[in-house]
Ligand binder design. Structure first.
Ligand code: EPU
Length: 301
């Protein structure tokens, strides 16, 4: 495949995806491409269509398991400065798909804008977080509350796979538990609605979320965060824990001692190790509780 000289993008061939996933697992991508801006992204999609190479989007790779053989696809990474812009207009924040959530939080805090604090510590990009409606659940006086990035959305700018750009209003987007109708598009940027608040209050909220994450989650090892979705009214981590699976390993993949819904890569784990461990967990939870756990992480088979 010959790439046109005037395509403004960084193209790498057979790029190991383990370099781009928080699991540090995954074989090579046929192509790994970082387009410079909108016109190069559109041009790129037309080339890929012509050569029949499917595009796959990657954000920070923090919720992703890539198979050991790699993918026969073009992995698109929106990491150029164009996709990493943040603009503030009144109570709105407009962020490119490639902006890390940590930057959204710190820039909002600097301006005394509140609403995004619950995203503190989630190692994702704006695009990835919107595609999977990232969020958290917390219990307040025995009431379970779920906060998701979809709650903050005003409008989202997307490109479809034919290169057409559209601005979608919140009403045109469906957000569910760890899913959204945006996943079928290429998310370009999002407008998030925030409210003015005292900076100290914002700072304290952020600290609280980070403290909770550090004290309950295994952040010392390579992982993809929670592996399974929480079944309705239940906690996947608790169910796996009750099956006595903490510390259970297959190959170099192991169920974390700190949080049972985390599978960690203890060094050199393969996707096969993780998938076999996931099957074992599902089997045990099914046998003991008659509940079928559904993966939360994206799997590129
Ligand atoms: N628990 C156990 N054993 C464990 C883990 C948890 O008994 O090994 C119990 C806890 O004691 C608690 C309950 O299970 O009573 C819930 O645990 P936790 O508070 O850790 O929250 P979670 O439901 O496991 C969810 C999200 C996390 C998010 C946290 C923090 C899902 C699948 N997980 O976890 O998201 O960070 O709330 O609000 O929705 C992720 O998406 O990757 C992720 C980690």
């Amino acid at each position: 495949m010959n790439w046109p000289k005037h395509l403004k993008a960084r193209v790498r061939q057979r790029e190991p995806l383990k370099k781009h996933t928080s699991f540090r697992i995954g074989g090579p991508a046929k192509f790994f491409i970082e387009p410079h801006g909108l016109s190069s992204l559109k041009f790129l999609l037309s080339i890929l269509k012509r050569y029949n190479v499917p595009p796959l989007l990657i954000g920070s790779g923090s919720n992703l398991l890539v198979n050991d053989k790699g993918v026969d696809a073009a992995v698109l990474h929106l990491s150029s400065p164009y996709f990493r812009r943040i603009v503030f207009k009144g109570g709105f924040l407009e962020a490119g798909a490639g902006v890390m959530l940590s930057r959204v939080i710190s820039e909002a805090k600097r301006r005394g804008l509140s609403g995004a604090e619950f995203l503190a510590g989630i190692p994702g990009t704006v695009g990835g977080a919107l595609a999977m409606n990232a969020g958290i659940s917390e219990v307040h006086s025995s009431q379970l509350t779920v906060h998701s990035v979809g709650d903050l959305v005003g409008k989202v700018r997307i490109m479809d796979h034919n290169g057409n750009i559209r601005i979608l209003d919140k009403k045109q987007i469906k957000f569910g538990y760890r899913k959204s109708s945006l996943a079928k598009y290429i998310i370009l940027s999002a407008r998030l609605r925030l409210v003015k608040k005292n900076k100290e209050e914002i700072e304290n909220k952020i600290k609280g979320y980070i403290f909770r994450r550090r004290s309950t989650q295994d952040l010392k090892h390579y992982s993809a965060g929670c592996v399974f979705k929480n079944p309705e009214g239940e906690s996947a981590g608790k169910l796996i824990d009750l099956c006595g699976l903490k510390g259970r390993g297959i190959g170099r993949a192991k169920v974390s001692f700190k949080h049972a819904n985390f599978i960690i890569n203890t060094g050199g784990a393969t996707a096969r190790d993780v998938l076999r461990l996931m099957s074992l967990i599902r089997k045990r939870v099914r046998e003991k509780f008659n509940i079928d756990l559904e993966p939360e992480i994206k799997i590129w088979q």
